[in-house]
Design a protein around this ligand. Structure first.
Ligand code: AMP
Ligand code: MN
Ligand code: MN
Ligand code: MN
Length: 276
């Protein structure tokens, strides 16, 4: 099964509209697709309609920004009901902090002599409520400050750098609760990218499982072969379902295209067995 259960559209920080994401997935041979915009459900109606017209099986998804032990962790919800009022209200709260955060990021960059970034980032954002660090990074590449978004993140947008602002996203309890109450399966996204020690990561998995979290991304566009192996072992130990995902944002930025992540290790139980 060519399942791709994590990607982004212009409704958050992807480059393609929901319709374009679906068409690209079909062209790449994807058989089951979830759109998982950051803290947003707004692209799901269009994506589902396009997928149904194209004969592609589609899963309603979301990627919730969470703060765990002062670090950001992303929790994907799969098979959520986009009309669920609790999920909608929760995500609205998470999004509401972004505007002020973006101002503070721009203030920090201005102090470092880089001006006009807020306006530039906003122009690149398809959704004014979802200005992300990715839009800041793309703007700073566009102005010629840095050659690519990775170097912008490294020099300007991570902790300790001028454009970084500490921010409190949703709690793990809330995020898993919203997803489950909306009928979805909660998945820890790209765990190799969590900036947590091994002990902290295991603490996260313990708590996540206690809260009713059921799956982790074993295969992600952000995982190398060693990470796939590491998180396959963790999935076995915890009894987690395994997800497979590109985390595709756009061809110009993403290392792995839609549907092109490696297959899941064959002994793991795929998360899509739990999606109706
Ligand atoms: P935010 O939610 O505003 O903190 O932005 C996070 C987004 O920035 C992620 O979803 C990625 O799309 C992007 N991102 C984070 N770290 C990096 C990085 N090191 N290089 C490129 N993009 C990144
Ligand atoms: Mn992103
Ligand atoms: Mn993420
Ligand atoms: Mn993502």
């Amino acid at each position: 099964m060519n399942a791709d259960l994590h990607c982004h559209s212009t409704v958050s920080d992807g480059f393609l509209t929901p319709t374009e994401v679906v068409h690209r997935a079909v062209a790449n041979g994807v058989e089951l697709l979830a759109l998982t915009d950051h803290d947003e459900l707004g692209g799901l109606g269009e994506a589902r309609q396009t997928a149904e017209a194209a004969g592609l099986a589609f899963v309603d998804g979301v990627e919730v920004s969470v703060t765990w032990k002062l670090e950001t962790v992303h929790i994907v919800g799969l098979g959520v009901d986009p009309a669920d009022p609790g999920l909608q209200a929760g995500l609205a709260t998470v999004r509401s902090g972004r505007d002020e955060r973006a101002r503070q990021m721009a203030d920090g960059l201005a102090k470092a002599g880089i001006h006009g970034v807020l306006e530039g980032a906003r122009q690149l954002a398809g959704n004014p409520a979802m200005v992300s660090r990715a839009h800041f990074a793309r703007h700073l590449v566009k102005t010629g400050l840095m050659p690519n978004v990775q170097t912008v993140f490294h020099h300007y947008l991570v902790r300790g750098k001028p454009g970084f602002v500490e921010h409190e996203w949703a709690s793990l309890e809330d995020a898993v609760g919203w997803i489950r109450d909306a009928g979805g399966v909660a998945v820890v996204a790209h765990p190799a990218r969590c900036r947590l020690s091994e002990a902290e990561l295991l603490g996260l998995f313990d708590r996540f499982r206690d809260l009713g979290g059921e799956a982790i991304e074993v295969v992600s566009g952000a995982h190398d072969a060693a990470s796939i192996d590491r998180f396959a072992r963790i999935a076995r130990r915890y009894g987690f379902l395994a997800s497979r995902a590109s985390d595709f944002h756009g061809a110009q930025e993403s290392p792995v295209d839609l549907g092109r992540a490696p297959p899941l290790p064959p002994d793991l139980t795929p998360v899509w067995t739990a999606l109706s």
